[in-house]
Write a protein of this length. Sequence first.
Length: 275
Amino acid sequence: MSGGRLVTVIQARLGSSRLPGKVLLPLGESTVLELMLERVQRARLAGEIVVATTTDPMDDPIEERCRTRGIRVLRGHPTDLLDRHRQVARLTAAHHVVKIPSDCPLIDPDVIDRVIGAYLEAPGGVDYASNLHPGTWPDGNDVEVFSAAALETAWREAIRPHEREHTTPFLWDHPERFRLANVFWERGVDLSRSHRYVLDYPDDYEVIRRIAAALSETPEYSAWDIVVWLDRYPEVARVNRRYCGVNWYRHHLSELSRISPADTVLAPEETSWVR
C-alpha cells in the first residue's frame, strides 16, 4: 500500500459561463456544494477535504460556506487549476491528491473509495488512477487520484492551456511517462453516456434537483440507486439527455492523444469542433 498523507480537493467557483453560480444553487435545504461535501465526507478514504476556489471576490461566498462547515479553503488562480491543486498539496504536505470537480454533487462515496483504494493498492504502485479513461459510471462520479510527485512534474512541465485548466491531462495523456490505472464499474456495464447527473447546464440542474428531492429520505443513496430511479422516471432522464456524452474533451481533440471523437459529442447548441 502507498503510504503518506492523502487530501481530497474539490474545485469550485461561481463564475461558470453555462450556469453561473451553480455550486451555490439550492438543493432542498442545502446547496449544491454543501450536499456534495456531505457525500464526499462519507467516503472512508477521502482524508482531509479542501475546497480550492479562486481569488475572485465573486467566490467569497464559497469560502464563507466552507468555513462554517469547518472545511479548509485555498484560493488561487481562476483558470490554472493545476497550480491550485499543487498549492493544496504543498499546504497540506500531501503525498497523494484526489481531484473531484464540484459539478458532481451526487457523487457516490463508494465510488470515491473504490478509486482511491485501487490507487493505493495497485501492485507496484501507480502515479495516477481514475474512473474516467475510459469511463463506465454514470456521468457525475468523476474521481482522479495522483501522487504529489507526479503533480509537481505536471506543474513544472505542462504548458498547454488545457493542461493547466483541467489539472490532469499531462498525466493521463502520457502513459509512456506515468504509471496509470483505471477503475471500471464492477457491474460490467457502461452508463457514462446514457445516465447523466453532472452539473453543467440548466437542464442538468433540473435533473439533479429532482433526484436529490426524491431520494432525500435515504441520504446514503448510491450511483445504482440513482440509475434505478432515473430508469423508473424516464421523463426526468429525458430533460438533459441531449447533453449525454458532452464533455470538455470535444474542444481539444487535436491535442489529446488518448481521446477520439467517439469519446465526446457536441452540445446541441454547438456547430463545430473548437481546436
